[in-house]
Design a protein around this ligand. Structure first.
Ligand code: 5GP
Length: 113
């Protein structure tokens, strides 16, 4: 997999407003926020999209959800936040390194657009 924008952020080649990091993942604020709080959570392992994840990634995927909850608590938005994964261009994915959007701070409608 070619180095994506997010791989460069993980490697500190491109700056980002980092809010959380551990051995397996990194979270930073979205450059074009769609809510008052908008954080991107990425695994350090380069998986291009959710559909490419394999059984060997089970623990990593669980880790990402636990980290999302921890980040929400850290940002003090744990009572109301939305987690989104875009998978594939038509779903809105533009960076092909798996990432969770963590959005909070405004009302969210359902169904999503
Ligand atoms: P996607 O559309 O792939 O689900 O989400 C990619 C996200 O990356 C978008 O919300 C976009 O605003 C964000 N993004 C694009 N370029 C940069 C950047 O250079 N820095 C940061 N922090 N976010 C970026």
């Amino acid at each position: 997999m070619a180095d994506t924008l997010f791989a460069k952020i993980i490697d500190r080649q491109i700056p980002a407003d980092i809010v959380y990091e551990d051995d397996l993942c990194l979270a930073f604020r979205d450059i074009n926020p769609q809510a008052p709080a908008h954080v991107l959570l990425v695994p350090k392992k380069p998986i291009d999209m959710l559909a490419s994840a394999q059984a060997e990634d089970q623990a990593l995927l669980g880790h990402l959800l636990l980290a999302a909850g921890q980040i929400a608590r850290q940002l003090k938005v744990e009572s109301a936040f939305r987690v989104v994964i875009n998978n594939g261009e038509s779903s809105g994915q533009s960076v092909f390194h798996l990432h969770l959007h963590i959005l909070a701070g405004r009302p969210f409608r359902w169904p999503p657009g």
